[in-house]
Every structure is written in C-alpha cells, then in structure tokens.
Design a protein around this ligand. Structure first.
Ligand code: MSP
Length: 510
C-alpha cells in the first residue's frame, strides 16, 4: 500500500508570528498537519509533528512597543494563546519550537557560521525596498504601484551594510532539483510558479539587519541581527535536534513534509532549499501549498474586525465540526470562504443528517430488534456492493491523503456513508421482519456495524472525538488491534452490545 512509503513521517506547519493570536488561517494548516500526523500514527509509523512560533523581527518589536511590553513578554503571552488554542482544537504536535528558545538560536548561529565559512555568506552594502509586515527584501521591479507585491502595503527604503546569502550560486542546483523531483512542491501550479521564477534568475539576498535589535545576533558582529526568515526557516532543523542530536535529526529530516500557505511559497521553495544545499543538507522531501480563507467573501483582518477565532467556533459548534468543515469545504490547495451559514450547512447535512443519523438508525435497529445485542453473524452476510466499497475504501483514502487531498478523502467516505443509508432504505428491514426474513435483517445489521467501524477509523484523524464515540456506541473499540485489523471487513460478532450514547452532532438552525 502506498502509505508504507513513509515508515517515518515528519510533518511541519509554518511557525506563526506572535503579533496576533491564532485565527482560522493558522488553525487550518495546523489541523491539516494534525490529520496527517494522526493518520500516520494510526498506521504505526514513526511520526514527528512540529509546529512553532516566529518571535523575532521588527514586526514583533514594533507590536510590543505599541503594547508597551518587551518583545519577549509579548511572545510569552501570545504563545500561551497558541498553546491553548491547539489544545482546544485537539492538535497532537510532538514539539512546539519557539525561535527565542536557546537551542534554536544556537542552531541559527551554527547554520549562519557554516554558510559564512563556506563563503556563501558575505558582507556588502544593501540598498533597496523592504517590506516590514512581510519582513522581506524586494527588487524595485517587483513593487506594485510602489507598494509591497505580497501584502500591498507601503515599503521602506533601506540602505545598510549587510550580510548577503549567495542565492544566485544555487540557481542551477535548484533547477536540477525541481526537474528531478516533480512532486517537490504540490500542487503542480505552485511548482510551476516557483520554477518559472527561479528560471528568471536569482539575486543574492541580504540576510541581516541593523535597524533593530530583536533577533539572533550575527556571530562575531553584534551590530547585526540575522534576518528573521533565515532564523525562522531554521526551525525545521532545530525542532528535530539539529545540529546536536544528529541521530534524531537524520531520522526525521529525510522524510520532512512542509505544509504552508501560498503567501510564503518563495521562502520555502526557493530560499530554504538553497540554504540547505549550501549547508550540505538535502531539501525537504516535499511541501504542500494551501490557499487562503476569506470570511464571507472578504479578506480577514483585524482592521475589518472580521477575524474568525477558532476557540469561538469550537465553543459554538464543536471541535470536530470545525476540523471537518475546514478540510471538507474546500480542496486543499485552493482558496476557501468561511461563513457560519456554510459551516451550519455542513454540520446539519453531512454530519447530523447523514453520519449521525446512520449511526442512530443502526443502534436503533439493534435495540428494537435484538434488545441491543447483535445476533449471531449469519453464514451469508454479504451485501456485495457494500463489501466491495468498504474493502476498497481504506486504500482510496490512503491514496488521497498521500496527495493531501483531504476533501476528496472525506467525500469518498461520505459516498460510503450515503450508500449505507440507501441500503437501509432499499432493504427495508422492517418489512423483512414482517416477512420472517430474519437472516437477512441480521446480515444487514452486521454489514452496517462493520461499515460504520471502518468509517470510524478512517474518520479518526479528522474527527477523533466523534469517531471514538461511534465505536463506543457500536461496542467496536478495538483498542489493541493494529491498523490493518481495525480497517478489515467482516469483524462484527454476535453478542456485541449496541448502545445509544451522546448525540454525535447537534443540528443548528440555518
Ligand atoms: N512566520 C511566518 C512563517 C515562517 S515559517 C518558517 C508567517 N507567519 S504567519 O503567522 O503570518 O502565517 C503563518 C501561516 O498562516 C502561513 O502559512 C499563512 O499562509 C497562513 N495563513 C495566514 N492567514 C491565512 C488565511 N486567511 N487563510 C489560510 N491561511 C492563512 O508567515
């Protein structure tokens, strides 16, 4: 099976700036990474899931000044909010790296010195536009109406003695890497976007600043602070032990998968691999670039006052509901639009009417007909369409997740859920009972219990609470079994006790 390819699985999110508390944009990447991490753990893989916070740079320094606190105080309080939010969302990260952690700062200095000793970092004068909100150096030709092409805000003109990274030297190597690894950057449109830009030529980039102090000082030159992106990208190495714990680092690094939003593609797909080549390291195995969420058609921003905070949505609608919505509503890779109406529609239709109702019908049937205890499994139990679909489903979901196609995986699972509902409608167990076709009713029920168990395991990474609640009601907890056993068909047994539990998904008024 395709999934075996990653016996070791290392997944990362971008590290989040600490000038604002988490919103659904930051939650999105983190939930996606969590689903992958949980899925690979279920399969028995050796998983490391890294997230973190990006705490240095002028932007954070300015925000702290505005609030009248030190940058570290600001970072500490926002990090607390991130940690709380990730807990509320059921995020099972293995480590949260902070760029102010001393082991991280050490790794940044180590990498900087390594590149400097190789001659890939040198000192020269920089003169040109700089965008503070994006913390990025720009070419004059890149500006849009004199503003930053990334965020549209005004830029400043910067002139200073800086350290430069010899990015231009890595153009050939990068082009070869892209050519040899067509799945290095997914989706393909993003791969093409970066490749075309690399083909246009690469300038060396300035990687230090003197205008402020909040950052990692350049080794042996305390006047200069290392550029926040050089600092931030290094988290993917420091978070797994680089450079000190080489065993842990090597185990995970060769399997690294980065998830990121489209706005930070260039840093990850060009600058980062070039830095790694310069350090004699391999680029990450793969990166997936997702789209952006708008809110009711508008860009989300503090000034518009339309920022959606995950904790508030969880409080009102539930955690599994939000996780499901974000990954189902929009194909990963495309932009999505958030609204409570759309969320409620998904909850009412997919979760309550289709999945919740199916579970209810199955448990209800067992109770009504058999006092809650599954009858013995009849010799002839197969409803062939159901069995065929159920045995193919885990591999299909696996293949979709391998390609980060969360919404397709969920929609496949939902086709199967609908099939089970239709099977009850068409088989009409209540009529079969009247006709005395007891065997067929028992067979139907066994098939449905099996099908729901398989569904619950496939949904486990997406909606862990609902999935375990389903198994509890089906008496199919399978705590000790391995993944292949858990998703195998035909394991329902006579005597299994089906019991109603808490309602899986409450409906909301539309
Ligand atoms: N600190 C840098 C990343 C450094 S990684 C070495 C940064 N931080 S960020 O907090 O501004 O953004 C983090 C991630 O959140 C990015 O992947 C970005 O695309 C994502 N999102 C921010 N707003 C978003 C939406 N409205 N929708 C979806 N994702 C969004 O960039």
């Amino acid at each position: 099976m395709g999934g075996r390819e990653f016996a070791v699985f290392y997944v990362t999110t971008p590290i989040y700036y600490v000038n604002a508390r988490p919103h659904i944009g930051s939650a999105y990447t983190t939930i996606a990474a969590d689903v992958l991490a949980r899925y690979h753990r279920l399969k028995g893989d050796d998983v490391f899931f890294l997230t973190g916070t990006d705490e240095h740079g002028q932007k954070i320094e300015q925000e702290a000044r505005l609030k009248g606190v030190s940058p570290k105080e600001l970072a500490d309080s926002v990090v607390e909010q991130f940690v709380r939010c990730w807990k509320t969302l059921g995020i099972t990260y293995d480590h949260l790296v902070r760029t102010t952690d001393s082991y991280h700062e050490e790794a940044v200095r180590h990498l900087f010195s390594l590149l400097q000793n190789k001659g890939d970092i040198y000192r020269a004068t920089y003169r040109g536009p700089y965008c503070i909100p994006c913390e990025s150096y720009l070419r004059p030709s890149e500006l849009k109406d004199g503003n930053c092409p990334l965020c549209g805000r005004p830029v400043i003109l910067l002139e200073q003695e800086n350290y430069f990274f010899r990015l231009s030297k890595y153009q050939r190597v990068l082009l070869t890497h892209f050519e040899n690894n067509p799945d290095f950057v997914l989706p393909r449109s993003r791969y093409n976007e970066v490749l075309n830009r690399i083909r246009e030529g690469l300038d060396d980039i300035s990687i230090s600043r003197t205008a402020f102090k909040w950052g990692v000082a350049v080794p042996n030159d305390p006047e200069q602070v290392i550029w926040v992106w050089f600092d931030a990208l290094t988290n993917y190495l420091s978070g797994i032990g680089y450079p000190k714990d080489s065993e842990r680092f090597e185990r995970y690094w060769s399997c690294a998968v980065h998830l990121l939003g489209k706005d930070i593609l260039w840093f990850h797909a060009c600058i980062w691999p070039a830095m790694l080549f310069a350090a004699g390291l391999t680029p990450p195995k793969q990166m997936f670039v997702h789209g952006w969420w708008t809110v009711e058609g508008e860009k989300m921003s503090k000034s518009r006052g339309n920022v959606v905070y995950p904790e508030e949505i969880v409080e009102k609608f539930g955690c599994d509901q939000l996780r499901y919505f974000l990954l189902r509503e929009t194909p990963f890779g495309q932009d999505g639009d958030f609204s409570e109406e759309a969320l409620v529609r998904r909850i009412n239709n997919d979760l309550a009417d289709e999945l919740g109702n199916l579970l209810n019908r199955v448990v209800g049937m067992a109770q009504r007909y058999y006092g809650g205890k599954l009858p013995e499994r009849p010799a002839e139990v197969a409803f062939s369409e159901l069995v065929g679909k159920a045995t193919a489903l885990p591999e299909r979901v696996d293949a979709h997740l391998e390609r980060f196609a969360f919404s397709v995986a969920l929609s496949d699972i939902w086709d199967f859920i609908r099939l089970m509902n239709r099977l009850i409608d068409h088989t009409k167990p209540w009529e079969l009972r009247k006709k005395g076709e007891e065997e067929r009713v028992a067979a139907l029920l066994h098939n449905l219990v099996d099908g729901l168990r398989v569904v619950s395991w496939l949904l486990e990474p997406f909606m862990p609470d609902a999935a375990s609640q389903m198994r509890r009601q089906l008496d199919a907890e399978d705590e000790e079994a391995d993944w292949q056993t858990r998703i195998a068909w035909g394991r329902s047994k006579g005597g299994q006790r089906l019991e109603r539990g808490r309602i899986l998904f409450r409906k909301h008024s539309e």
